[in-house]
Design a protein around this ligand. Structure first.
Ligand code: FES
Ligand SMILES: [Fe+2]
Length: 327
């Protein structure tokens, strides 16, 4: 697949959106998700009358009712009633946005729509998955890079993802990409010695880290002939200072064994996320305004992610490269 540009962003867990309206932030804008008899809807979470958040209201007769003066808006955003007004309801609307539900996640695509929602490299029947939600003070670029960065694991996650020894292996890294995606493929690394890897992975042959528009950071770990484990993070910039993400960890069912693994994995995964959260928050708070990071040859994906976030084709799409490093 060479063109993976997509505007669909996972913003909520399906099970969190029930009878009550649910507010989410994306790029500094508030949106409200609600269910009515005719399905799931997404509107801008701002009543046009006095700007009250519609998400503080309730869903009634298939419409969302503003908590301030009771104006009601249907799933298409059209105002259907204004309590107290004896004439016909004037033609007023809140912006309505494309919304989809897939594999337990709700995706929205405000504005221009492109591509399809991304479910993850492992999904569907025969797969066990667990979701963890996380929020950090950071930028989407820094969080995506952190997830895909193989060089921080020795230090940030010593003992958990990596062994405690300082032993490293020479690894060949191939970096490729296309419109809306970049990936790095790591070959030559034996199974890692950390707790998570020992418990959950079989023999490892290849691992891949990839970024896909608009905010997917995904890792996959291959055994001899199949993916043993994948983590797919759906990230979004909530506002200037915060990134929120859903991390979906998935593995093959393996006749029920996958469930045991998934049970074990979740708490360990949560610890790893906290370790990342701590260092990302600290780095963010310590960054002088306008300061630029020092980039080097080990930062194989950052420039590609940056280009994709700017809506450009990543340079590596036209100039794939390889590098050997010690991991
Ligand atoms: S602010 Fe929504 S009805 Fe007045
Ligand atoms: Fe990490």
């Amino acid at each position: 697949m060479t063109d993976r540009r997509s505007t669909w962003c996972a913003v909520a867990l399906s099970r969190k959106v029930g009878a009550k309206p649910h507010r989410v932030l994306l790029g500094g804008q508030p949106f409200v998700l609600f269910r009515s008899g005719d399905g799931l809807h997404c509107l801008t979470d701002r009543c046009p009358h006095r700007f009250a958040p519609l998400s503080l209201g309730r869903v009634i007769d298939g419409a969302i009712e503003c908590p301030y003066h009771g104006w009601r808006f249907d799933g298409g955003g059209h105002c259907r009633s204004m309590p107290g007004l004896l004439e016909q309801t004037p033609n007023i609307a809140v912006p309505a946005h494309a919304v989809r539900e897939q594999n337990g996640l709700i995706y929205i695509s405000p504005g221009r729509r492109r591509g399809e929602p991304y479910a993850g490299v492992l999904s569907g029947p025969g797969v066990v998955s667990r979701v963890v939600e996380n929020r950090v003070r950071s930028t989407l670029l820094d969080v995506a890079e952190n997830i895909l960065d193989a060089t921080h694991t020795h230090f940030t996650h010593g003992g958990l993802l990596r062994g405690l020894s300082s032993r490293r292996w020479k690894v060949r890294v191939s970096v490729t990409g296309g419109d809306g995606w970049v990936e790095a493929r790591y070959e030559g690394e034996p199974r890692q010695e950390g707790l998570i890897s020992r418990l959950l992975e079989g023999e490892r042959s290849i691992s891949v880290g990839r970024f896909i528009a608009p905010g997917i950071a995904e890792l996959e770990f291959w055994g001899r002939d199949r993916i043993n484990l994948s983590t797919t993070f759906h990230l979004r910039q909530e506002d200037d200072d915060h990134v929120r993400g859903f991390g979906v960890l998935a593995g093959p069912l393996q006749g029920g064994f996958g469930y045991i693994k998934a049970l074990l994995f979740r708490p360990l995964f949560t610890i790893a996320l906290r370790q990342d959260q701590r260092i990302l928050n600290a780095a963010r708070d310590n960054k002088p305004p306008g300061a630029l990071p020092v980039l080097n040859r080990l930062d194989v994906l950052r420039s590609g992610i940056e280009a994709i976030l700017r809506g450009e084709r990543p340079p590596v799409a036209d100039a794939p490269f390889e590098i050997t490093m010690e991991l």
